[in-house]
Design a protein around this ligand. Structure first.
Ligand code: NAD
Ligand code: TDX
Length: 339
């Protein structure tokens, strides 16, 4: 394990989105000496209200684009580290319109790396297991840090590109960088375009849930709070130049997740619609988190998926004002592609 890195002023890009905002709350709650500056463009996926309740002395919010080199330069001059979550994050959107993914995920990461190089600040890059492509349902293997990159979608190929830029800036220019590739997150404040919140909010709204293809695709679920603690562990204890996979042994078939949601919400197992499959749909993701667990001593807390799902369902029931205004538009977009 590397010497402990103890940042006092961190920048969190994409801190008004789902995972970024959960990370900011986690840092504020668990690291009393750390000040956070959130840089977020507030796209359709970002909401300032995701950061409500955080004392002004603990956090500053800057509305801006990670592609804005002048703004990024100014912010990086006054920070010890950046944790880079900002991205276009939804596969289905990347299939309909890939251009913003190239811009934010590739050009944006490049812009941040150049500023990190200039100001010599620590860089932690948030990425996804999707860079590794997919596994067959009957394959006993899981992804490791050595698995070759093989992305399938416009989204995952731009995330893979950004990972490669980080590696190059680390090796060539000595940027003090680490990368984490995490599996599918769930929890509060996830946009309702994503699988779990889409089905929960469909049921609350009286719309039938929608399952792609044959429903057998497998995702490896982790609670977003466990992602936050893992990222903090890597930022403070991780070795420069290393990649760490984050996962919590949460493999589940989509149809099984949907049936668990239906059961918890008082519906019958077949109260859903089969819809058109996603083009290029990855079959299975699975993370082997051995390196993070053994080298850095991290462990997840939310090991009961049913319980985590129950809390997540409650959150969407109690916070209808957070998502209701976007529901019709999100479903209209899906209806256009037959999903
Ligand atoms: P999200 O879509 O909920 O949030 C993205 C945030 O980034 C939003 O607040 C948005 O306003 C902001 N943003 C987008 N473009 C920007 C730009 N050009 N400049 C500044 N801010 C911008 O995404 P998420 O699900 O919270 O994902 C966060 C990160 O985690 C992404 O890098 C994603 O690839 C990665 N990741 C996500 C998952 C998952 O299950 N959701 C799993 C592994 C990794
Ligand atoms: O309505 C749906 N029905 C359905 O069957 C939706 C929205 C999805 N699905 C399927 C597709 C996937 O197999 O559910 C699975 C999960 O879908 P998404 O929530 O769109 O997530 P995924 O494509 O797996 O990607 C997510 O995890 C990795 C995040 O969105 C990415 O940002 C992250 O990198």
């Amino acid at each position: 394990m590397a010497a402990l890195f103890e940042p006092k002023r961190i920048i969190v890009t994409g801190g008004a989105g789902f995972i970024g905002s959960n990370f900011v709350h986690w840092v504020v709650d668990n690291q009393p000496d750390v000040h956070v500056t959130v840089l977020d463009k507030l796209t359709y996926a970002g909401k300032l209200e995701n950061l409500e309740g955080i004392p002004a002395k603990r956090m500053a919010f800057v509305k801006g684009d990670i592609c804005d080199a002048e703004l990024v330069d100014k912010l990086f001059a006054d920070a010890d580290a950046v944790v880079h979550f900002a991205a276009e994050s939804h596969n289905d959107n990347s299939i309909a319109n890939p251009e913003p993914f190239l811009r934010t995920n590739v050009q944006g990461t490049f812009t941040l790396l150049e500023a990190a190089r200039k100001h010599d600040i620590r860089f932690h890059h948030i990425s996804t297991d999707e860079v590794y492509g997919d596994l067959a349902l009957d394959d006993p293997a899981r992804f490791t840090e050595e698995t070759p990159y093989h992305p399938s979608s416009p989204y995952s190929s731009t995330k893979a590109s950004s990972d490669l830029l980080v590696r190059a800036w680390c090796r060539t220019y000595g940027v003090r960088a680490t990368i984490s590739n995490c599996s599918n997150n769930y929890g509060p404040r996830q946009h309702i375009e994503k699988f779990i919140p889409r089905q929960i909010t469909n049921i609350i709204s009286g719309i039938r849930p929608k399952l792609y293809g044959d429903g057998k695709n497998v995702r490896d679920w982790i609670h977003t709070e466990d992602h936050s603690s893992a990222v903090w562990t890597i930022l403070t204890k991780g070795e420069i130049g290393q990649t760490y996979l984050i996962g919590a042994d949460g493999e589940r078939g989509n149809i099984d997740v949907l049936r668990e949601i239906l059961a918890q919400m008082g519906k019958q197992p077949d109260d859903f619609d089969w819809v058109r499959d996603r083009p290029g749909h990855d079959r299975r993701y699975a993370i082997d988190p051995t390196k993070l667990r053994t080298e850095l001593g991290w462990a997840p807390k939310h090991t009961d998926f049913g319980e985590g799902l129950r809390e997540t369902i409650e959150w969407y029931k109690e916070n209808t004002a957070w998502w209701e205004a976007e529901k019709a538009e999100t479903e209209a977009k899906y209806a256009k592609s037959g999903q």
